[in-house]
Design a protein around this ligand. Structure first.
Ligand code: PLP
Length: 433
């Protein structure tokens, strides 16, 4: 399979090159040239398949031409050794829990898949000293760092905004050591993302170091996220539900939603999507006005979605040939201020006993307000509520148990390096390190 750049000014590349380069040379994002459509027979038997079996079928459609079948199967089965259960929350609304991986957030799937794929390519080509740069507003850093921990020949630099990620999130990447270095940037998430983007475009730096990204701009990270939309549908069919399905995706950089849109293009019968944002709602404004106006991000309770210029927006435009009308037919938007997040977490917990995290709360509220009679809603519960312990405890006035997996990180010692947000400082650090 070949991959083209959304800017159409760079040559098409194969999977290996798309994964190793991350961003195309014309600053565009890579997209698969062909999106295969599954036959009806696949969907009719999907409820008899396990998550790993489903994911392997989907992965083969993307990557089957580029990787030998047993290797790909190993990568998929090794990445997905946990489930994504569909849990009923209230009338016609289900939570798709994506937080049963190692760092208790959905990014584990893409990060683990990418680490294994990149590890495979670099080993096969005898490439050493690959540097993965990743900007994080919270969860990406922990998922990527844990996904890549100990992968030979690859070093990971995690850039995060100083003081703007929760202590529980922070300890999940700053305590690892080994091939993981954490850089505490004096700025916002957008500053971190800008540093990473500048690094990829700096000719001098790329002449000295092999750099790649593990943000959702990388095809190896965002495409595997389509697996769990298929798994959700499989579970719904087991409940006898096959149509009028609405999927609501709490969105920041829109990698997750884009993967869902691709699943729909492959024939997955999703009627429509809702993109749930926090106060950072440039996508909603685009849907309403037809104009995309990126803005600096503001800090919210759902901090993994504090993004003012979502990088995957161009992929959505590309998927629908820049047609605003088509996009508004498939996706509607939603903006959830902090007050509503608090209210939703509290009310949902009191009335159903289900504990949401701040991101899932945006998704749940969007469905409560938008679901039409006859429709079934699924929102992606993107993180375990314990990752936002202080926020959630203040809302429900009860102690939230921290799962064992998180407690292990919290016992580790924080190791990070403080840097300013200027590119030259960052660049000279990378060269010296
Ligand atoms: C990353 C993240 C999101 C947003 O996902 P995108 O693919 O960037 O839109 C939502 N919730 C949580 C918990 C996340 O970590």
């Amino acid at each position: 399979m070949m991959y083209y750049s959304t800017n159409k000014q760079a040559p098409v590349v194969n999977l290996q090159e798309a994964v190793i380069k991350g961003l195309a040379s014309d600053k565009g994002l890579y997209m698969p040239k062909k999106i295969s459509i599954f036959p009806d027979s696949f969907f009719e038997k999907i409820e008899e398949m396990t998550f790993q079996e489903i994911a392997y079928e989907v992965a083969s459609a993307f990557f089957g031409e580029d990787i030998e079948a047993p290797v790909l199967q190993n990568i998929v089965y090794d990445t997905l050794n946990f489930d994504t259960p569909l849990v009923p929350v209230s009338d016609s609304i289900y939570s798709l829990e994506l937080f049963h991986g190692p760092t208790l957030a959905f990014k584990d799937v893409g990060a683990r898949f990418m680490a294994r794929l990149l590890g495979y390519f670099t080993k096969k080509q005898g490439i050493r000293d690959v540097n993965v740069l990743v900007a994080t507003s919270g969860d990406t850093g922990s998922a990527v760092a844990n996904g890549f921990l100990g992968v030979e020949g690859i070093h990971v630099y995690v850039l995060y905004p100083k003081g703007k990620v929760s202590p529980i999130q922070e300890c999940q990447f700053t305590t690892l050591g080994r091939n993981i270095t954490s850089l505490e940037i004096d700025g916002t998430f957008d500053d971190c993302q800008a540093l990473v983007k500048s690094a990829f475009l700096d000719k001098d730096l790329n002449g000295k170091l092999k750099l790649t990204s593990a943000n959702s701009i990388n095809v190896a990270r965002f495409l595997p996220q389509s697996f769990y939309y298929f798994n959700a549908y499989s579970q719904l069919r087991r409940l006898g539900i096959t149509k009028d399905l609405v999927v609501c995706v709490p969105s920041g950089n829109f990698g997750n939603l884009t993967a869902g849109l691709i699943a729909r293009k492959m024939g997955l019968p999703v009627k429509r999507f809702i993109a749930a944002n926090n106060k950072n709602d440039v996508f909603l404004q685009y849907l309403l006005t037809g104009f995309y106006r990126p803005k600096p991000s503001v800090q919210t309770l759902a901090n993994a979605m504090d993004v003012g210029d979502p990088s995957n927006f161009v992929r959505i435009l590309d998927l629908y040939h820049h047609n605003h009308e088509t996009i508004t037919q498939v996706i509607s938007g939603f903006s959830c201020p902090d007050e509503s997040i608090r209210e939703t977490v509290r009310l949902c917990y009191e009335s159903t006993g289900y504990l949401l995290d701040p991101h899932g709360a945006c998704g749940y509220l969007a469905l409560l307000e938008n679901l039409l009679p006859g429709e079934t809603g699924i929102f992606l519960e993107t993180a375990h509520p314990a990752k936002f312990k202080d926020t959630i405890e203040a809302i429900i006035q009860k102690t939230v148990e921290i799962p064992e997996r998180l407690q292990v990180f919290m016992k580790g010692e924080k190791q990070s390096i403080e840097l300013g947000k200027d590119f030259e400082g960052f660049k000279s650090f990378l060269i010296q390190d």
